[in-house]
Design a protein around this ligand. Structure first.
Ligand SMILES: [Zn+2]
Length: 360
């Protein structure tokens, strides 16, 4: 039986003119009993620098970064070393297949790339492209790979589209999803609790800027929604005034409404700290409570009279709350610090007018 510490090495020759090796040992899927695998990608540092500003900083011949200095020193060795310079990316936690796909694409080795990839693969590619800031270099491939998954973007189970949309600048998908997560997310002890984070798993790769923006928006809308129903509730609670439209000054219909309103809000936990409740839940719960009051009022008589129209302010409250939640703006890609704005796709006539013009 093999020991759990045994390591299997898999070489992936990305480029025949490789000048360095990148090592990746993914974390073990399960504890113990598993053979560890190390992937060694043989790549050209120039190709990585051309497609990724992050690799350019790390490996460019002019860079003063430790990796670049080590790479230069390795190349200058006398006599030349038969071993290639190695860069270890095991701490990155990247998916080995996604990393290989990005490396192949950056080297123009398109014959190694499939036309379609699984959704999880697309998420892993987004993580790698975000990390190395190479979404632009990957654009043609990513456009192809995203296409079949776009119809699923707003379906349950595809919450990580938020990350994909962020990395590849798909503004409309990003905005639709942020609206959904604002409606259905909540804060527990100040931390965002949203399906997108559950879906992203414990090593959540959704950028903090997005999580912060979602949290702020949930708090902001909650601070407008909650006072709306509390204001109406407090009006009915104040027994020195009457809200009744039929018999001004009478408390009998007010007391009926207040009793049900109070019990409903209390049962729905809407009289406590509401941050742990989703905005959609708050609106739905208030709606249900007020609907049940309306139904009760329709058949009740006070002083022998129907007071069904006395609930008009409650009906108005429902509509206002629903409208406010539905009308809350999405978070735009541009509004988030460092938000990736897709650069405009140039036309044929733009090709020669790009950067790098020089007067002779
Ligand atoms: Zn009344």
């Amino acid at each position: 039986m093999s020991s759990s510490t045994e390591t299997q090495i898999t070489y992936i020759d990305i480029c025949s003119a490789a000048d360095m090796e990148i090592l990746l040992t993914p974390p073990q899927a399960a504890e113990g009993g598993q053979e560890s695998i190390t992937y060694i990608y043989r790549v050209s540092s120039q190709q990585l620098c051309a497609g990724s500003p992050v690799f350019a900083v790390m490996l460019d011949p002019k860079s003063s970064f430790l990796e670049a200095t080590q790479l230069r020193a390795h190349k200058r060795q006398q006599p030349p070393s038969s071993e290639l310079y190695q860069l270890n990316l095991s701490d990155s936690g990247h998916d080995p297949t996604a990393l290989a796909a990005v490396f192949y694409a950056l080297h123009g080795a398109n014959e190694h790339l499939p036309q379609t990839i699984p959704f999880e693969g697309l998420c892993d590619i987004a993580v790698v492209c975000d990390y190395y800031d190479c979404a632009d270099a990957m654009r043609p491939w990513v456009q192809l790979w995203m296409e079949p998954w776009k119809v699923h973007a707003e379906r349950p189970g595809y919450e990580r589209w938020l990350l994909i949309a962020w990395v590849f600048g798909e503004a409309s998908v990003f905005e639709a999803l942020t609206k959904r997560f604002i409606r259905n997310g909540s804060l527990i002890d100040g931390e965002l609790n949203a399906l997108v984070l559950v879906s992203a798993g414990p090593d959540c790769d959704i950028p903090h800027a997005i999580i912060d923006a979602l949290s702020k928006e949930i708090i902001r809308i909650g601070e407008s929604l909650v006072p709306m129903y509390l204001e109406v509730y407090k009006r009915y609670e104040d027994n020195t005034k009457s809200q009744c439209l039929r018999l001004p000054g009478s408390r009998s219909c007010d007391d009926f409404i207040f009793g049900r309103f109070h019990r409903g809000l209390k049962d729905a936990k809407l009289l406590e700290d509401t941050q742990c409740l989703t905005l959609q839940y708050i609106v739905n719960a208030v709606n249900e409570i007020l609907n049940s009051i309306s139904v009760g009022m329709a058949s009740a008589l006070f002083d022998g009279q129907s007071h069904s129209r006395c609930v008009s302010s409650l009906e108005k409250l429902c509509l206002t709350m629903e409208k406010m939640l539905a009308g809350s703006p999405p978070i735009s890609l541009a509004s988030i610090a460092g938000g990736k704005q897709k650069t405009a796709i140039p036309g044929w006539d733009d090709i020669l007018s790009g950067s790098g013009q020089k007067e002779i």
